[in-house]
Design a protein around this ligand. Structure first.
Ligand code: G16
Length: 538
């Protein structure tokens, strides 16, 4: 085996964000760019000698080429085995599951999640550790340090490996094992959920549509929903993964999955509909005539998870990211279980799940998951909802109303201002920070910057977003996205609680309008960004 050492000079800005390194595809295609990051990762984890990795991605443009580069580099760095999804495909939760099931040392996942794919769109890579979850900040910080001083990388001069056939191939001294991307994941879902009950629900005429958005969940949803559970053919929409996701944004929210939302809002729409994103870790849940916000979805699932066999023994606790609404906390309080508030980023849930402190986790950004893997999981959320509906024999709308009548309703929305000039965005945040000290403006109880101390390892993460607490209990949060690839994205998260005996059916944006006005007065957001309205409202 001829290991080749190639010299390179460091690239600026290879700092992993909320979820790995995300950049424009053309940036990743610059000679040596991907290699510099991958070698820095291998060096940060103490080398590859004798190790096993899982490698796969969401199938977007450059996925296939990047995997070949990674396999050659892993072999040259001494790895023993790489387990790769057939044709390079693995959803993020399926990759997490494979890392755990096969006791791999880690995994490299190629995705820019819900961002569009294509040569002029986005690409990304992240490293997951042996528990199947995203590398914690201690590891990503080391990777970034290494990128700054890197001088070369190791590779092999071998030809591309055929990833279309299941089986094993040798690359130098490393074995490449190509596996079916769906099999292990589907088996896990069958362990967790009452498939007989879901099958009976579907057989009884309960109609479902699942929009895979031309992304990676297509094969998973087709095999499980239409195959094992017997939903009619055509239940899965846009089920073939495409390198450019059909030129869409594979982002399951009411803007980018509008056709699906229109469908459930129509007279003859399905009883239940859902969508997942580029790499299969996000979800959107809809019922006939209703959109379930991710924060409510987490709370409803927390209150009902015991109806699924995998969670029948109850939950140890529920964790949510700080900007997620406090609906889940109300469920935890009533049930007498732990409630945790973490910074944005699934990596912060890893320790809580490993330590058995939390069982369910969720984020406002359409992510829900549990201790079955160490990533959020789109299709898992869909199956848990179906299990709950099969067991309670109620519509989505009735389940939600019943929930609000029990716990009250947290009216909630996120407003995004995208591609804002970075200096302007940073100045808005800095000014808000400076308002946190001194006399509070009228109507505001407290402004603070969220910082988190991990209850398991004691690590501290500071500056995780500005929180504004209003008199009367409303809350607004402002932070800059860590996943964008162009300028800055300002995220404004708005939340207003109404008790069970209050008005539970106000239009969300109407309910939150006074809060939007108060924040605009406080920050001058619209004038400073030059926008009349947000680009996205979830
Ligand atoms: C990633 C992270 C999530 C986070 C989301 C948005 O999701 O895994 O934890 O909530 O980004 O982050 P930000 O607000 O910083 O843009 P995904 O689905 O993009 O991998």
């Amino acid at each position: 085996m001829d290991v080749v050492s190639k010299p390179i000079t460091p690239f600026d800005g290879q700092k992993p964000g909320t979820s790995g390194l995300r950049k424009k595809t053309r940036v990743f295609m610059e000679p040596g760019y991907l290699e510099a990051f991958v070698q820095s990762t291998f060096d940060a984890i103490g080398g590859c000698a004798g190790k096993t990795f899982v490698v796969g991605g969401d199938g977007r443009y450059f996925n296939a080429e990047a995997i070949q580069t990674i396999l050659r580099m892993a072999a040259a760095n001494g790895a023993a085995r790489c387990i790769v999804g057939q044709n390079g495909l693995l959803s993020t939760p399926a990759a997490s599951n494979l890392i755990r099931k096969r006791e791999a040392n880690g995994g490299l996942i190629l995705s820019a999640s819900h961002n569009p794919g294509g040569i002029d769109e986005d690409f990304g890579i992240k490293y997951n550790i042996a528990n199947g979850g995203p590398a914690p900040e201690s590891v990503t910080a080391k990777i970034f340090e290494n990128t700054k001083g890197i001088s070369g990388y190791k590779t092999l001069g071998t030809p591309d490996i055929d990833l279309s056939a299941i089986g094993e191939t040798e690359v130098g001294t490393m074995t490449v094992e190509v596996v079916d991307p769906v099999t292990e994941y589907a088996a896990l879902m069958e362990e967790l959920f009452d498939f007989d009950a879901i099958r009976a629900l579907l057989a009884g005429g309960f109609s479902v549509k699942f929009d895979a958005m031309h992304a990676v969940t297509g094969p998973y949803a087709t095999a499980i929903l239409e195959g094992t559970l017997g939903a009619p053919a055509g239940t899965v929409l846009n089920g073939i993964p495409l390198v450019d996701f059909g030129k869409g944004h594979p982002d399951p929210n009411p803007i980018w999955a509008k056709p699906l939302v229109d469908l459930v809002m129509s007279e003859d729409g399905p009883d239940f509909a859902a969508a997942s994103d580029g790499d299969g870790d996000r979800n959107m849940i809809l019922g006939k005539g209703i959109y379930v916000t991710p924060s409510d979805s987490l709370a409803v699932l927390a209150a009902n998870a015991h109806l699924a066999p995998g969670y029948a023994r109850g939950l140890a606790g529920v964790a949510r990211s700080m900007p997620t609404s406090r609906a889940a906390d109300r469920v935890a309080e009533k049930a007498g279980i732990n409630a945790f508030e973490t910074p944005t980023g699934w990596k912060f849930f890893g320790n809580l799940l490993d330590a058995g402190k939390a069982t369910l986790c969720g984020e406002e950004s359409a992510g829900t998951g549990s201790d079955h893997v160490r990533e959020k999981d789109g299709l898992w959320a869909v199956l848990l909802w179906l299990n709950v509906l099969a067991s309670r024999k109620m519509s989505v709308q009735d389940v939600l109303m019943d929930h609000w009548r029990t716990y009250g309703r947290d009216y909630y929305s996120r407003h995004d201002y995208e591609a804002v000039d970075t200096a302007v965005a940073e100045a808005i945040m800095a000014d808000l920070q400076s308002l946190s000290t001194g006399t509070m403006p009228e109507g505001i109880e407290k402004i603070d910057s969220f910082s988190y101390t991990d209850p398991v390892d004691g690590s501290v993460s500071e500056n995780q977003g500005m929180r504004v607490f209003f008199e009367g209990g409303a809350r607004a949060v402002m932070r800059l996205s860590g996943t964008g690839t162009e300028g800055a994205t300002i995220r404004l998260y708005l939340e207003q609680y109404t008790p069970p005996d209050g008005d539970l059916t106000i239009d969300t944006q109407e309910a939150l309008a006074p809060l939007v006005a108060a924040i605009d007065k406080l920050t001058d957001l619209k004038t400073r960004t030059g926008r009349d309205a947000p680009d996205v409202m979830t």
